[in-house]
Design a protein around this ligand. Structure first.
Ligand SMILES: Cc1cc2nc3c(=O)[nH]c(=O)nc-3n(C[C@H](O)[C@H](O)[C@H](O)COP(=O)(O)O)c2cc1C
Length: 128
């Protein structure tokens, strides 16, 4: 119930996903299944990480969120495993993530635009 309440009001989401064995994690799938109704008609962006930049996990997640009637935006941020490791070793965040600023900015711009647009769809008069 706690997860449900915390996720009711935002207009859009960013899912941060690790990749294991060419896929997203089971715990993430479980969480998405759980909030399926609350997240309907909302926009979602992705940040993926792993030795293959989390790209396969994100591609698989795009199909899942479409089935949940969410709108996945095109831009995503893909981080190599080395960035995660450097973070664990104490490299400052400003240094770690500066290379992703432009990409993340593009993702956020799209996410905000889609989040605003989808509000209209969620108005009571338009709800299916
Ligand atoms: C068993 C195992 C399988 C992995 N498989 C992949 C993979 O298929 N693709 C990938 O990009 N990274 C893979 N990785 C690297 C993980 O994504 C990486 O360790 C990441 O930091 C895990 O995130 P977490 O520590 O937040 O769980 C794998 C790691 C392990 C231990």
């Amino acid at each position: 119930m706690k997860l449900r309440r915390q996720t009711t009001s935002p207009d859009g989401f960013i899912i941060i996903a690790a990749e294991y064995n060419h896929g997203y994690t089971a715990v993430l799938k479980n969480a998405l299944d759980y909030v399926a109704h609350e997240w309907r008609d909302k926009a979602v962006g992705f940040v993926g990480y792993g030795s293959a930049l989390g790209s396969r996990a994100i591609e698989q997640l795009r199909g899942v969120v479409v089935e949940l009637q969410m709108a996945p935006i095109r831009y995503a941020v893909h981080m190599p495993f080395e960035v995660v490791m450097a973070g664990n070793k104490g490299t400052p965040e400003s240094e770690l993530f500066s290379a992703f600023d432009e990409r993340a900015g593009g993702m956020l711009d799209q996410l905000i635009a889609w989040s605003k647009a989808l509000k209209t769809l969620r108005m009571p008069t338009n709800a299916a």
